[in-house]
Design a protein. Structure first.
Length: 380
């Protein structure tokens, strides 16, 4: 056995073992109430399917499934069977739908049928089978492209909605989804380029190893981020909430009294009173220091509803709930850095941050320097 063949076997084994362990982890691990259990089970199912598919490589090497090993086109079509699972997991991730049996069948049955049609035609007429193969590939690419665009748009709406509800986005934002999908598309592009460049000069196992290595990176990235995800209890802007917002807007059209703010914004008397009350509740009431504070917590403290809070906050400041709480937290942190001798760890925890890395990142974005540098500049 050549060195390339050994490395190829090792990479296939690594993929299989990682996917198997990950599937068991996400399917059977007991997690806290904050973990999105259905999402973890969806990913566990995907990893299990991939682990089974990867095991076919070794089964074929023992001669039980020679056709699967020798017919590369069949291997591609078998691997496409995981696509519906990925689509459904993304649907669960962005809360666009639920993982129902009917929806699962609507995605998976066409893919399974296409595989069976190819297998039948392969033994009837190879030319017809090849035509069906390329038709399936084109349809698959269109299918994947459309859903990629759809989910990137859904992720953008999702992140915006979550920022209106939660002050702490760690484990709730899915900005990483774009990176993960980008890695997948890059993987396909690299594989296609290497296939053209290397084919005919070196053993094709070089291409396979590069592909498998990048695939493993994508799987690790996906599993890590899903493992960090926290439960999302509600996403705003449903039909009922939209109706309430519309009624509130109609009622406030009669309000004509305005007050000029220092930032040049024009506020109604209600908005000005609301912002003064919000500042008092969040600062003097120390709500900003609560870990995991939500829009509902603040609305309850103000004896109002969360829809009115979101509406008036956006009209008065243009900020999401997360951006507003972050601003208060960082202003308080900056003040404490200048006026106290508290350590940075004490300050970021007091200001509602769970980790120093999150605090440093937010502080640097707002002030252009790290908290340590900010304090050092003030001392000099």
């Amino acid at each position: 056995m050549t060195m390339l063949a050994r490395l190829d076997d090792i990479m296939h084994a690594a993929i299989m073992v990682f996917c198997l362990i990950s599937s068991l982890y996400f399917l059977f691990q007991k997690c806290d109430e904050q973990a999105p259990v259905r999402l973890r089970h969806a990913l566990g199912t995907i990893m299990l399917v991939i682990a089974i598919q990867s095991s076919l490589y070794f089964v074929g090497s023992f001669g039980l499934y020679d056709a699967l090993v020798t017919d590369k086109k069949l291997v591609v079509l078998v691997n496409l069977q995981v696509v519906p699972f990925c689509i459904l997991m993304l649907a669960e991730l962005t809360r666009m739908t639920e993982l129902t049996l009917k929806r699962f069948l609507s995605h998976s049955v066409p893919v399974v049928v296409s595989l069976l049609v190819y297998v039948v035609l392969k033994y009837v007429n190879q030319m017809y089978a090849d035509v069906i193969y390329y038709v399936i590939l084109i349809q698959g690419l269109v299918y994947i492209t459309l859903y990629t665009i759809r989910f990137l748009k859904a992720a953008k709406r999702y992140n915006k909605a979550v920022a209106d509800v939660y002050a702490d986005l760690d484990g709730r934002s899915i900005n990483w989804l774009g990176r993960c999908i980008g890695l997948m598309l890059l993987l396909v592009l690299i594989f296609a380029v290497l296939k053209v460049v290397i084919y005919g000069y070196y053993d094709n196992r070089v291409v396979n190893m590069v592909f498998l290595f990048l695939t493993l990176i994508v799987f690790v990235d996906l599993c890590w981020n899903i493992d960090q995800m926290r439960m999302i209890e509600s996403i705003p802007y449903g039909d009922e909430q939209a109706a309430v917002l519309e009624e509130s807007e109609d009622a406030e059209e009669e309000e004509t009294q305005h007050v000029e703010t220092g930032e040049g914004r024009v506020l109604t008397a209600e908005q000005k009173e609301f912002m003064e009350q919000l500042d008092i509740v969040c600062t003097e009431g120390n709500l900003y220091s609560m870990h995991g504070i939500t829009r509902e917590d603040v609305a309850k403290a103000m004896m109002t509803n969360h829809i009115r809070l979101t509406k008036l906050l956006k009209e008065a400041t243009g900020l999401t709930f997360n951006a507003y709480i972050t601003k208060i937290r960082l202003d308080q942190a900056a003040r404490m850095l200048l006026e106290t001798n508290d350590t940075i760890e004490q300050i970021f925890y007091t200001c509602g941050y769970r980790t120093r890395s999150t605090f440093n990142r937010a502080f640097t974005d707002a002030f252009g320097c790290t908290p340590k540098e900010y304090r050092s500049k003030a001392e000099h």
